[in-house]
Write a protein that binds this ligand. Structure first.
Ligand code: NAD
Length: 491
């Protein structure tokens, strides 16, 4: 990549690439979901609504081969070259945030376009790049020892349906900043959204003279394509963002793996909290993208002496309260029994609007209703199940010990995320120590924990089980030591 490339030259290249995409789509008809092959070797792409997807391959074997070629090119890129590509990725995400939000909602039927747009903007602005990588030096009588953050090589990444393009984009920036190539096996029900993001990253790379298949994916991901990816000797690291089943499968693969698994974040509200604010924060967090984020508030444990006030202010902030009979109907709608007789979520209701969920049990409400609140006991399946829909069970407790005990139990040892509204430092500390979650948010909506209205970087891969926490470029590196004896010490 030329160092003297101007903005105008970059935008000229982008224009040419876009024209080529459009003209070749026109030649092939450009119909939605049509599959075509680019004339250039290695460019296999699917089209969706008139746009071609770069880096998307028919088979996992082809994707792996392309990633292997790209890795060689990435190894030759300077930090400055990488940052140019990352800046361009950020720019394109900001331009296409709403388009990707719309594709995500349209394809999966889950979430909200306005909130998904914000999630993409967050990824563009707050995902760390190469600045996240820090070399450490140790000097002494025997000279200098450096520890540097090196790439793994090709990373195989499995992404969820709940944040499909957000996860691909966030992973791409971090993994590439660390010098890796990536192959994605996206969720089969969110392929268009995920692969739109794969294409966007590659368009950014092409515009800056980087590899055409900076990140790769498959047009039709399945368990078989995931299996090929996991077993390929080319893949040196696995990163898995999803539910317990897939995380367990990846951690059993025998390869270095990062597991970002399920949560069921509890919220405690004690009687020192600013109750009107707590109610609003909880409803804002719980309803963000219709409760799809794994960090979102899933159940509330509130001191009995402030419960009525909390629920009152929740109702002032777009919540609708249901009674026991209505809750029973809702249980039979949004939960189903699995083959072992256990109640699990009915995926058809994940990420749906509260109004639609209420309509399914015969309750019509206005547009202002965004959350369903139900006062219940800690044993209720709405408390115990990670619903990922805007249904919020509220459990009354007598004191902090009961609150902590019940909240820790409801979190199921995921050690993912927990929230608390309180001004009592002892209570806050007691819960934080007991629950041991990767993220603990105090007196704010859950999304403050991923940098939205809170300090710190963002990620959509929160690795509790394997301990990387909120992943960033440095999570995707291996440490290498370089030793020089007796020299390079200046004191
Ligand atoms: P999911 O577990 O249904 O699917 C995740 C991916 O794994 C998909 O691509 C799926 O096809 C694939 N998959 C499933 N089983 C597999 C196996 N045995 N081998 C290979 N691939 C397999 O998850 P989802 O419904 O898309 O996402 C929701 C879940 O993910 C929730 O539990 C949520 O908490 C969790 N999640 C966690 C984080 C985090 O950062 N910790 C982020 C987002 C979502």
């Amino acid at each position: 990549m030329s160092e003297s490339m101007t903005e105008a030259q970059v935008s000229e290249i982008v224009k040419k690439v876009v024209n080529r995409i459009v003209s070749s789509d026109q030649k092939s008809g450009g119909t939605a979901k049509e599959k075509t092959t680019m004339p250039e070797k290695g460019y296999t792409a699917v089209s969706y609504q008139g746009r071609r997807y770069f880096g998307v391959f028919e088979t996992m074997e082809e994707a792996l081969e392309a990633a292997s070629e790209s890795y060689k090119k990435i190894r030759m890129m300077s930090v400055e070259d990488k940052e140019k590509v990352i800046s361009q990725i950020r720019k394109l995400i900001l331009e296409d945030a709403e388009i990707m939000a719309k594709i995500g909602v349209e394809e999966t039927g889950m979430g909200r376009v306005d909130h998904k747009t914000l999630k993409h903007i967050l990824v563009a602005n707050k995902t760390p790049g190469t600045e996240d990588l820090v070399t450490t030096a140790k000097t002494g009588d025997h000279g200098l020892t450096l520890t540097e953050t090196a790439p793994f090589g090709i990373i195989g990444s499995i992404t969820p349906s709940t944040n499909p393009s957000e996860t691909v984009l966030c992973n791409s920036i971090g993994m590439f900043a660390a010098g890796n190539a990536v192959v994605f096996n996206p969720h089969p029900h969110a392929t268009m959204a995920a692969n739109y993001a794969v294409d966007l990253v590659n368009r950014a790379s092409i515009a800056c003279g980087g590899p055409a298949n900076l990140v790769c994916s498959v047009a039709k991901p399945t368990m078989q394509t995931a299996d090929v990816m996991v077993k390929s000797p080319l893949v040196r690291m696995l990163v898995c963002t999803g539910g317990p089943g897939v995380v367990k499968a990846m951690l059993s693969s025998g390869k270095k793996a990062i597991g970002a698994g399920a949560g069921n974040p509890p919220v405690i509200v004690d009687d020192t909290a600013d109750i009107p604010k707590a109610a609003k924060d909880i409803i804002d967090g719980c309803t963000f993208d219709n409760n799809l984020p794994c960090i979102a508030e899933k159940e509330v444990f509130v001191f009995r002496n402030v419960r009525d006030e909390l629920v009152y202010y929740m109702l002032q902030n777009g919540a609708y309260q249901i009674n026991d009979a209505e809750a029973e109907k809702l249980v039979n709608t949004v939960l189903v029994k699995n083959d072992k007789g256990k109640l699990v979520i009915n995926k058809n209701w994940v990420g749906r609007d509260a109004r639609k969920i209420l309509a399914a049990i015969g309750i019509e409400v206005g547009e202002d209703i965004r959350c369903i609140v139900y006062e219940t006991a800690a044993e209720h399946p709405f408390v115990q199940t990670e619903l990922m829909m805007p249904i919020l069970p509220v459990v009354a407790v007598d004191d902090i010990d009961e609150a902590v005990e019940k909240a820790v139990q409801a979190e199921h040892g995921n050690r993912h995320t927990a929230h608390m509204h309180s001004k009592n430092i002892d209570n806050l500390t007691k819960f934080a120590r007991a629950v041991e979650t990767t993220i603990f948010v105090k007196n704010a909506p859950s999304y403050a924990g991923i940098g939205f209205g809170g300090e710190g970087h963002t990620t959509f891969t929160i690795a509790g089980p394997t301990g990387e926490g909120l992943t960033s470029a440095r999570s995707f590196t291996r440490l290498r030591r370089c030793v020089m004896t007796d020299s390079f010490r200046i004191i």
